[in-house]
Ligand binder design. Structure first.
Ligand code: GLA
Length: 341
């Protein structure tokens, strides 16, 4: 008997180090988090589904997984536009619910491709491959190291015991489909052309510093140094060196603020407030920027104080919410009934 309805919850993600490099062959250290999006699909719905849900169903249809007209209900603990991948979580949860409804199984990496195709190619949002990979492939109890320059190769890094991620949404929402994100991608491509290289992974910093155009020099400097920081962060997690991870997070924020210019005054203020709290090892903006959430690596004993300090500097009292982010396994581990490892 075919099911009449199916439901799935996908976690959001946060990036530890490796922002704005997924579309430039870079390395990202990220993890799925306990906030998520739940999608319920019912056979025989009549209202048109929201655009990203429709795009995901179309992407599945293109792979021969055809579904009838569906009713869609969405519940969220993950806020939209917060830099925590609500769009990828929505597409991935839709795809898993649809697989459940149709009784189909897919390799987990193919689910990532379906969700990326839906968001980027069908809905027209110019995102890279990070979000879907983090939402689906994050390991249990640790971070995911994603190498976008090496065929999206993944590995796991352990989470440092006794530390947590405090997160505070500034209240400004960001938009990956907006001009800021699109122009950064265009500037990254232009810098690579000027450097005469095939990939940022083969570019050295001396060549970047020799670029005559100051704006493209700054953009390229962020991309090259951010992947170095991400590789170092993966190593530091492996050794349980939380202090180094925190320092790399703060350095990542400075680079996103000064060289990539995607931070905001509110994000800078929240990051500075976290960094001056006892027990905080480092802090940064998370996601595409231009608004959204700042995260801080903090001793669990000091997390409450850190969150209060982050919220206290926002113009809108408390911002748009604050959390102690718990690592979550990715969807591949949460939905083994339909996702093949
Ligand atoms: C958004 C995009 C990702 C990535 C990040 C920045 O989340 O969807 O592909 O580029 O911004 O690291």
């Amino acid at each position: 008997m075919t099911a009449e309805s199916a439901r799935a919850t996908a976690p959001g993600r946060c990036t530890l180090v490796g922002e704005h490099v997924d579309y430039a062959d870079g390395v990202v250290v990220c993890m799925a988090v306990h906030l998520g999006i739940t999608v319920t699909l019912d056979r025989g719905g009549t209202a048109p589904p929201p655009p990203l849900v429709a795009a995901t169903l179309q992407a599945l249809g293109e792979r021969g997984i055809a579904l009838p007209q569906l009713g869609v209900a969405i519940e969220a603990t993950l806020p939209a536009g917060a830099g925590l991948s609500s769009s990828a979580a929505l597409c991935c949860a839709t795809a898993v619910a649809a697989l459940r409804l149709s009784g189909t199984r897919l390799p987990a990496t193919e689910l990532c491709d379906v969700a990326l195709h839906a968001e980027r190619d069908i809905a027209g949002v110019p995102c890279g491959p990070l979000d879907q990979r983090a939402v689906v492939l994050s390991p249990s109890g640790g971070a995911l190291v994603l190498d976008c320059g090496r065929d999206l190769e993944t590995s796991a890094a352990p989470w440092p015991e006794g530390f947590a991620l405090a997160a505070c949404h500034t209240g400004d929402t960001h938009d990956v489909g907006g001009d800021g994100y699109r122009s950064r991608r265009a500037q990254a491509d232009a810098a690579l052309r000027l450097l005469g290289a095939e990939s940022f992974r083969t570019v050295d910093l001396d060549a970047v510093e020799a670029l005559a155009d100051p704006l493209l020099r700054r953009r390229a400097r962020h991309i090259v140094t951010e992947t170095r920081r991400a590789l170092e962060c993966a190593g530091a997690l492996g050794r349980g060196d939380a202090a180094r991870v925190g320092a790399l997070m703060s350095a990542s924020h400075a680079s996103l603020r000064d060289d990539y210019e995607v931070s905001t005054p509110a994000l800078d203020a929240v990051v500075a407030a976290a960094e001056s709290t006892p027990g905080c090892l480092g802090a940064r903006m998370c996601g595409a920027g231009f608004g959204g959430t700042a995260i801080a690596l903090v001793d669990v004993m000091d997390a409450g104080r850190c969150i209060a300090a982050m919220q206290a500097v926002l113009p809108e009292p408390g911002g748009r919410g604050a959390w102690l982010l718990q690592p979550s396994p990715g969807l591949a581990a949460l939905a083994p009934d339909v996702l093949i490892p």
